[in-house]
Design a protein. Structure first.
Ligand code: FES
Ligand code: FES
Length: 144
């Protein structure tokens, strides 16, 4: 159906042409996160300035779902205030649990295509890897 096609197209697009793959310049947060089920790992780098995510980039090895999710996540949170990025992360967790989500005021962009992952429960950890890294980094920053 339409959602399945969208799911595949959007994931393959981000996998083949990742947005924000690389290193953030200057001072940054670095968060390493691994998926214990497969051993794949990504490193997320973020620069937080004036309460906003000024830059976000990622590196690492993983499957198409984990890398495309990292690409979409960095694209979505760049420029967002920290609280909004954390709210987006909560919404994403709910989405992965198959809950109905209220996206008012937030532009999820391509991320909605990842809803397709909920049909493959074994892959949910792949989709959430980069998000966990983002959440951990922002929480550490807030408590620093
Ligand atoms: Fe192996 Fe994602 S954990 S397919
Ligand atoms: Fe390892 Fe998906 S198979 S992150």
């Amino acid at each position: 159906n339409h959602l399945d096609t969208l799911y595949r197209q959007v994931i393959m697009d981000h996998y083949k042409n990742p947005r924000n793959r690389g290193e953030v310049e200057g001072d940054k947060l670095k968060i390493d996160m691994n998926n214990p089920t497969c051993g794949d790992r990504i490193q997320l780098q973020m620069k937080v300035e004036d309460g906003k995510i000024a830059d976000a980039k990622f590196n690492g090895e993983g499957c198409s779902i984990s890398l495309s999710s990292a690409s979409m996540m960095t694209q979505a949170v760049k420029g967002l205030p920290v609280e909004e990025a954390l709210r987006m992360s909560d919404l994403f967790s709910d989405m992965m649990l198959g809950k109905d989500i209220d996206t008012s005021g937030l532009d999820l962009g391509d991320i909605e295509a990842l809803q397709g992952v909920t049909k493959f429960p074994a892959r949910i950890k792949c989709a959430t890897l980069a998000w966990k890294a983002m959440e951990q980094g922002l929480n550490e920053e807030e408590n620093a």
